[in-house]
Design a protein around this ligand. Structure first.
Ligand code: AMP
Length: 280
């Protein structure tokens, strides 16, 4: 497994692999890898000859009061996991190499970056779109693999790829969960033992809403209140949003449709902001 830090060297390596006829898959991550990330790697390996994983905690997608400086890191552990998973190449640039002085370009994918996490995290999806476009230009993938855990991110990237005619196929992988339903996330490490128990409420709420929808609940307000009822009433819990939107456009729904409904939640558990979602 090659570990490459320089964007120029990564681009040269990718071009050389492609010129030898290999197909490439990119899996972008911010490191502190867990089984969710490794599911993306497995999917990438099934779909391309060579797999490139990027590890980059991207400063431009964090707000000023967010957790950029304390975001968990474990480079040694990550590299061991990726080697075991059969990854061909790890791209690990520095922030300085990605954003040298006088960096000026911003990528905005307008409509789908609004609402849900876009409201709570202004500029976040500009940061995500910008870095993913850079990573794609650097690693030249035929396929890029993302998790459905970050559903709005996946939608932003699919939209950018379509709008800009990028020659990359975007693949979405289902959410990988802990045994008790909590969606895996690098940020789960922040949770205290009590908070970890309370965090079960997110996936339970989504399940309760799905069950209600299957049982014929036809009001969005009904689904939302079923979901909210599963979140513990405790001072550590602060709901950012519980929303039902059209899964394609991410626009709010006034009632569940026969088309796909995305139910998405973002909840602070203590200082940790957790997200989860379900499509039904
Ligand atoms: P992150 O390192 O959190 O930026 O995530 C990198 C990629 O892994 C993104 O495409 C995420 O959607 C995906 N991912 C993170 N957690 C999960 C999970 N529990 N299940 C599936 N994909 C995930």
């Amino acid at each position: 497994m090659r570990v490459i830090r320089s964007p120029a060297k990564m681009q040269k390596t990718a071009r050389s692999l492609k010129s030898r006829g290999h197909t490439l898959a990119l899996v972008p991550t911010m490191g502190f890898l867990h089984a969710g990330h490794l599911a993306l790697v497995r999917r990438a390996r099934l779909m391309a000859d060579k797999v490139i994983v990027s590890i980059f905690v991207n400063p431009t997608q964090f707000g000023p009061s967010e957790d950029f400086s304390r975001y968990p890191r474990d480079t040694r552990g990550d590299l061991a996991k990726l080697k075991m998973a059969g990854v061909d190449c790890v791209f690990m640039p520095t922030a300085r190499a990605m954003y040298p002085d006088y960096f000026q370009t911003q990528v905005t994918v307008r409509e789908v970056s609004r609402g849900l996490c876009g409201d709570a995290r202004p500029g976040h999806f500009d940061g995500v779109a910008g870095v993913v476009l850079k990573l794609m230009n650097i690693t030249q993938p035929d396929i890029a693999v993302f998790g459905k855990k970050d559903f709005q991110q996946l939608t932003v990237i699919k939209t950018m790829v379509r709008d800009l005619n990028l020659p990359v196929r975007i693949v979405g992988v289902p959410i990988v969960r802990e045994k008790d339903g909590l969606a895996m996330s690098s940020r789960n490490v922040y949770l205290s033992a009590d908070e970890r128990v309370m965090a079960r409420g997110l996936s339970r709420g989504l399940k309760a809403a799905r069950d209600a929808a299957n049982a014929g609940e036809a009001r969005v307000a009904g689904l939302i209140s079923r979901c909210r009822a599963e979140l513990p009433r405790a001072p550590q819990i602060r709901v950012d949003y519980v929303a039902c939107v059209n899964a394609l456009t991410l626009k709010p729904l006034s009632r569940p449709t026969r088309k796909k409904t995305l139910m998405a939640v973002a909840v602070f558990v203590g200082r940790t902001r957790l997200i989860d979602n379900a499509v039904f």
